[in-house]
Design a protein. Structure first.
Length: 103
């Protein structure tokens, strides 16, 4: 009986703390609306890619890259100039990242 009471009390406080936490973070989440998030289109490829950690193939050089990454909460550019490209074929999804110089 005591164990059941302790579990119910713990669940009650967990729910209260979660609710307070969500309410306090509401404003932060509101800054990151769907319409403000950049979108990227992944291009389909027919060539075969070599998975070796190197992005020196011509297909990666021609792939459209994302804009420079930004912090989703503050909107500030990231510390390093980071960009990505996404390609896909009928079997795989390929993601390449370029992490460049400091701001």
């Amino acid at each position: 009986m005591k164990a059941t009471s302790l579990i119910l009390i713990a669940l009650f406080f967990t729910l209260i703390i979660s609710t307070i936490h969500c309410q306090s973070n509401y404003k932060k989440q509101d800054l990151c609306r769907e319409e403000n998030i950049p979108h990227y289109t992944a291009n389909k490829i027919t060539d075969t890619l070599t998975i070796d950690g190197k992005l020196d193939e011509i297909i990666w050089e021609n792939a459209s890259r994302s804009n420079r990454f930004t912090d989703l909460i503050s909107g500030a550019v990231t510390y390093l100039d980071t960009r990505a490209a996404v390609l896909w074929d009928n079997q795989n999804l390929y993601v390449g990242y370029w992490i460049g110089n400091l701001m």
